[in-house]
Design a protein around this ligand. Structure first.
Ligand code: GDP
Ligand code: MG
Length: 438
């Protein structure tokens, strides 16, 4: 993919040490090719490379001690700028309900992302209402009802009526029932046509949405730019949701859409599940493209997935300066919630895309083993690992179908965690009813 290609270009540059202007120009030719191969729009790639080159060939870079790093930094900054620099949020109306109109081609992910957005904002305390404005197939209405139910968000539908009327009635309904966010799931076509655009324009004129969000499948590549331009010309979009970024996308759409339309990507869809939605951060996406991993996204993911109460409990235990097997089990369960280990590990710096299925599977296996071992401990042993003498070790190993050496390893891991936590809490002598450490 794009990341690999760019990494290779930068590696070559680093190996050179000192760089001449010709080295940079050569590297930039390769960057341009990599971008084109990743379906980045031709004009965007050309302009991008011109910008980077202009900044990179100055003495400041060439004479510096680490020219290759400086070039990477420039590329990173320019990529970030290309995608809009900052995370763009949704605009909420000061006079609720805020109306969000989802539009896009068929299959781009409108219905799925209507529900994802509803869930996302419900979790932030909003009271969303999903509206079935895709009336041409009964199955489309049913699909919205199914995902609405999954998100525990009400769905407003009037069967196969007039979508403009439905939108209007839905907003009146929202006012009556205290829904402060109305999300219109509209119809799509396989290609842009006048009829579809006419219908969307009528909905827009009738209900004046705060946000018209264009849903684009990141896998469509070059065509994403044409679709985005056409929708923007006709409707005036406020932002983009880029979906299916989890797939084998070449990344080009993410880079071109903003540059061509000037409209920000506000959210990214990263999977079929309703939780698979992330606010789009251009700087993080740039790092991801450059193969630096995405630690921030990982951290944020961990934070949202981490049940707040559990987190508070964990912090309390931290203060009490202990990390017993209950904590360890807890932590492993939180890790599991974040998704398959392969996707979690691939977000770590230096790991991007490098953790293969085999390694991830190996990791999952190891985690399951550790879990089995902890489950075979008695509650007393979990709280007080020091109790675990050789005969207990044998019992635990037998119970979990592992070896005593496995049990020893898990005990050592736990000891290390405890040590780490003692250091983090500054020796832990001050606060709390400190539980005795084994
Ligand atoms: P619509 O026709 O625009 O309403 O598109 P749908 O919401 O029905 O989505 C079309 C298909 O794409 C469905 O099978 C979804 O499960 C799938 N899908 C949507 N978003 C994503 C995503 O972010 N990642 C993946 N992998 N699949 C997605
Ligand atoms: Mg749909």
């Amino acid at each position: 993919g794009l990341s690999d290609k760019l990494s290779a270009v930068f590696k070559k540059m680093r190996n050179k040490g000192r760089l001449k202007e010709s080295d940079i120009k050569e590297a930039m030719r390769e960057v341009r090719l990599a971008l084109l191969e990743a379906d980045v729009n031709y004009k965007v790639a050309k302009e991008f490379v011109a910008n980077v080159t202009a900044k990179a060939v100055g003495d400041e870079v060439l004479e510096s001690l680490t020219p290759a790093q400086m070039v990477v930094k420039i590329v990173n900054d320019e990529l970030t700028a290309l995608m809009g620099a900052e995370n763009a949020r949704l605009n909420f109306s000061s006079k609720p309900p805020t109306v969000v109109m989802m539009c896009g081609l068929q299959g781009s992910g409108k219905t799925t992302h209507s529900a994802k957005l509803a869930l996302h904002f419900k979790n932030q305390g909003k009271r969303p209402l999903l509206v079935a404005c895709d009336v041409y197939r009964p199955a489309a209405i049913d699909q919205l009802k199914v995902v609405g139910e999954k998100a525990s968000v009400p769905v407003f539908e009037m069967g196969q009526g007039d979508p403009v009327e439905i939108a209007k009635k839905a907003i009146a309904h929202a006012k009556d029932y205290g829904n402060d966010l109305v999300i219109l799931d509209t119809a799509g076509r396989l290609h842009i046509d006048e009829e579809l655009m006419g219908e969307l324009s009528r909905i827009k004129e009738t209900v004046s949405p705060q946000e018209i969000l264009l849903v684009i499948d990141a896998m469509v590549g070059q065509d994403a730019v044409n679709v985005a331009s056409k929708f923007d010309e006709t409707l005036g979009i406020d932002g983009v949701i880029l979906t299916k970024l989890d797939g084998d996308t070449r990344g080009g759409a993410a880079l071109s859409v903003r540059a061509v339309t000037g409209k920000p990507i506000k959210f990214a869809g990263t999977g079929e599940k309703l939780e698979d939605l992330e606010p789009f951060y251009p700087d993080r996406m740039a790092s991801r493209i450059l193969g630096m991993g995405d630690v921030l996204t990982l951290i944020e993911k961990a934070q949202t997935d981490f049940d707040a109460k559990k987190a508070a409990e964990m912090a309390e235990r931290l203060k009490q300066n202990t990390f017993d097997f209950n904590d360890m089990l807890e932590q492993m369960q939180q890790l599991k919630k974040m998704g398959p280990l392969s996707s979690v590990m691939n977000m770590l710096p230096g790991a991007a895309g490098k953790i293969g299925d085999d390694e991830a599977e190996q990791g999952e296996k190891e985690l399951r083993k550790v879990e089995a071992i902890i489950h075979s401990m008695t509650p007393a042993e979990r709280e007080k690992p020091a109790l675990i003498n050789p005969s207990r070790k044998r019992r635990i190993a037998a119970g979990s179908g592992t070896d005593v050496s496995d049990v020893n390893r898990v005990l050592r891991q736990n000891e290390q965690m405890q040590k780490l936590f003692r250091q983090m809490s500054g020796g832990g002598k001050k606060k709390g009813k400190r539980r005795r450490n084994p």
